[in-house]
Design a binder for this molecule. Structure first.
Ligand code: 13P
Length: 255
């Protein structure tokens, strides 16, 4: 179980899924599930669904998140959405540096770092994702990759700026594959990441920062993952699209 310093967070990442009507329906179910949630809950929805989901979640404890943002506040950036716009549309959080953005859209640590600045300036809580590919794991590069992503992504900020930041460890080989990291593998990586946070900004910062696990989290495996002392929550893809599964994940049981 996570330290009392860190309130657990279960975040659903809906990715590029759901119509407006489906988003509203699922948001209503999540809102209803919040009554029996074991910690904090958030949903990261498609840009188009933000206003309608914000309306459903109004007055509830469920946080609304974007899935990405641009690093500038406004301007000639066709197709992009800024952190300010997310905030204006009703978001409190934003996912940054998801591996799908890194892999499919070539996002770099430097870009993640600039986006982090924009998110913090807009008053959004950033969820910064890191994680190694299968090839990197098999060639013993996991720790180097995580160290580089954390150092590059968080570069140049003071601990006070990062007081609300959330880290998500998402091993790429576990995303959408049905292949979850074992609780021991997740714990090992989270402990390593906490060590990196300590190296950057000291023990109090490391102990106070939430680290979520993401990669094929389900209603069946959430409890064993949440039982690990450095796993402070989950970033859930596929299972967050199913109301019953996600409600069970929100109501995880950890010793
Ligand atoms: P899955 O839960 O579908 O593996 O996705 C994880 C993820 O990428 C969450 O951001």
């Amino acid at each position: 179980m996570t330290s009392p310093l860190r309130r657990p967070l279960i975040a659903g990442n809906w990715k590029m899924n759901l119509t407006l009507a489906q988003s509203v329906e699922l948001a209503k179910a999540v809102k209803e599930g919040a009554a029996s949630a074991s910690g904090e809950t958030a949903v990261a929805v498609a840009f188009t669904a933000i206003p309608v989901v914000a309306e459903v979640l109004r007055g509830s404890s469920v946080r609304l998140s974007g899935q990405d943002c641009h690093w500038e506040a406004q301007g000639a950036y066709t197709g992009e959405v800024s952190a300010e716009m997310l905030k204006d549309a009703g978001c409190q959080m934003v996912i940054l540096g998801h591996s799908e953005r890194r892999k499919l859209f070539g996002e770099s640590d430097e870009q993640v770092n600039r986006k982090l600045g924009a998110a913090l300036k807009a008053g959004l809580t950033p969820i910064v994702c890191v994680g190694e590919t299968l090839d990197e794991r098999e060639t013993q590069k996991t720790w180097r990759v995580l160290e580089t992503q954390i150092a590059g992504g968080l570069k140049g900020f003071a601990p006070a700026d990062l007081s609300k930041i959330v880290i998500a460890y998402e091993p790429v080989w576990a995303i959408g594959t049905g292949k979850t990291a074992t609780p021991a593998q997740a714990q090992e990586a989270h402990l390593f990441l906490r060590g990196q946070l300590k190296k950057l900004h000291g023990d109090a910062f490391a102990q106070g920062t939430r680290i979520l696990y993401g990669g094929s989290v389900t209603a069946e495996n959430v409890d064993s993952l949440m039982a690990q002392s450095d796993v402070d929550g989950a970033l859930v893809g596929g299972a967050s699209l199913k109301a019953d599964a996600f409600k069970r994940i929100m109501a995880f049981k950890a010793p």
